[in-house]
Write a protein that binds this ligand. Structure first.
Ligand code: ARG
Length: 452
């Protein structure tokens, strides 16, 4: 494994790298150049399609449907992003169904390093609340699809998204950005089969139907969070039933004793938990377990999808909720007021960009350049208390803290120059006072006054 190449200003992409991200390292990655552009003649066999395969009913049926419908060979790609499924077994299933090859990739480290942690540094919460677990995973899967397409000489990439969601936008855009020559097909968006028709289709062709206890929800999961939709959740007035949650305990079931977690950051990147240094995958995994146990990480949101629909979403993101809070707390010590204020606008822009499927874009690089620079002093530790669904910051320290006890204290040792305050206020308020004089504000003036 080599170290990641330096970011290329003109073309966002991914570099495969095994070394841990240095704090402050750019998240911009480079894609290896396409290797299959020798024209169709170089691949005289059947057309080839690389399908993003989750192992569920839709994409299982899609393996055979694509092969029949497009007279193609189908290669599947299954990425382990920490969704806690047996991805090797899923790959085997793909071959049994008829895939000519099944790529299985452990992409957890790439996911945290290049997608999750940069978004955390940016403070990217869509609509101020959604940590973007699903949205951040899509460009990585798209990247892996493109990589697999190049490896297998495929001219088409396929995914299992419907025509109503954000994910189709993210896949289509990311794939086309990374390799405009690739075609993208979305079989579920194209066929008009109901779930029952899919099952019949599968039975007629001997496609093993994945044994899932007919779940009443649509779920997407990875290390950064679970996204749950559909069924009874579609009534935003109703409290979600307890069975939507798998990672977080109900308040009643959470331990009576609180837990504390101490998170160490370097340049805005989490590097340790309770003093123990660890890689991102382990840290997020451990925090998911700990915070989930204490009922922390449930998010219930009515969200504005890119396609114009309002949609009720339930998320579980125990580690995400803790880390966003901890990170923000550390920023209160280490960023100046101006930097913190400006960063809010960048955070919102970054979250929208990720949500809207523009991860591979020059604007992303530009925003990330700001974020990396802005985060260079966000180093220190934050202690949080987790208890029965709540997560509270109870302490923060930093070797480069801008907090000065001698400036802040009301006790002995006060170093703040009180006499300077008088002149400061005079100049700070000069414009307002001048306006009051000339335009008669104040008790008898026209603006603003108490109601009569
Ligand atoms: N609304 C979220 C997003 O667009 C999550 C979508 C997750 N998909 C699912 N099948 N639950 O990022």
């Amino acid at each position: 494994m080599t170290t990641p190449p330096r970011p290329e200003p003109s073309r966002p992409g991914l570099a495969r790298a095994g070394s841990p991200a240095a704090p402050g390292e750019s998240s911009h990655l480079r894609l290896t150049p396409p290797r299959y552009h020798q024209g169709r003649g170089a691949f005289p066999l059947a057309r080839k399609i690389v399908l993003s395969y989750s192992g569920g009913l839709d994409t299982s049926v899609a393996i055979r449907w694509l092969a029949e419908h497009y007279d193609a060979e189908v290669v599947t790609l299954t990425a382990d992003l920490g969704q806690e499924r047996d991805v090797a077994a899923i790959g085997e299933r793909a071959k049994r169904i008829g895939a000519v090859a099944a790529e299985v990739v452990d992409a957890r480290d790439m996911f945290v390093r290049y997608f999750v942690y940069p978004a955390l540094q940016a403070g990217a919460l869509y609509e101020g609340i959604y940590p973007l677990a699903t949205a951040l995973a899509r460009p990585l899967i798209a990247y892996l699809l493109v990589e697999a397409a190049h490896k297998h000489g495929a001219d088409t990439v396929a995914h299992g998204c419907t025509g109503k969601g954000n994910d189709q936008v993210r896949f289509d855009l990311a794939v086309t950005t990374l390799d405009p020559a690739l075609k993208v097909v979305a079989p579920i968006r194209e066929w008009s089969m109901t779930r029952d028709q899919e099952i019949i289709y599968a039975q007629e062709r001997g496609i093993p139907i994945p044994v899932t206890s007919a779940k009443p929800y649509s779920v997407d999961a990875n290390l950064w969070g679970r996204s749950i939709e559909a069924g009874v959740l579609e009534d935003p007035g109703q409290e979600p039933p307890e069975d939507v949650y798998e990672w977080t305990r109900a308040i009643d079931g959470a331990p009576a004793e609180p837990a504390t977690a101490r998170i160490g950051f370097e340049s805005g990147i989490p590097v340790s938990l309770d003093g123990e240094r660890m890689d991102g995958v382990s840290l997020v995994h451990r925090l998911n377990t700990l915070a989930g146990l204490h009922g922390v990480g449930r998010i219930d949101h009515v969200e504005n999808r890119l396609v114009g629909i309002k949609s009720r979403e339930i998320y579980e993101a125990p580690a995400g909720v803790v880390l966003f809070q901890a990170h923000a707390a550390l920023e209160t010590l280490t960023l100046t007021r101006d930097a913190a204020r400006f960063k809010q606008a960048v955070a919102a822009e970054y979250a929208d960009l990720v949500y809207n499927g523009k991860w591979f874009s020059a604007l992303h690089q530009d925003l990330m350049a700001f974020v990396q620079s802005n985060q260079r002093h966000v180093t220190g530790e934050v202690t949080l208390k987790l208890h029965r669904g709540s997560c509270r910051v109870v302490g923060r320290t930093s070797p480069v803290s801008l907090y000065s006890h001698s400036l802040a204290t009301y006790d002995t040792g006060d170093a703040f120059d009180h006499s300077a305050a008088v002149g400061f206020i005079r100049l700070f308020g000069l414009g307002t006072v001048q306006q009051a004089r000339i335009q008669s504000l104040g008790l008898t003036g026209e603006l603003p006054r108490l109601p009569e």
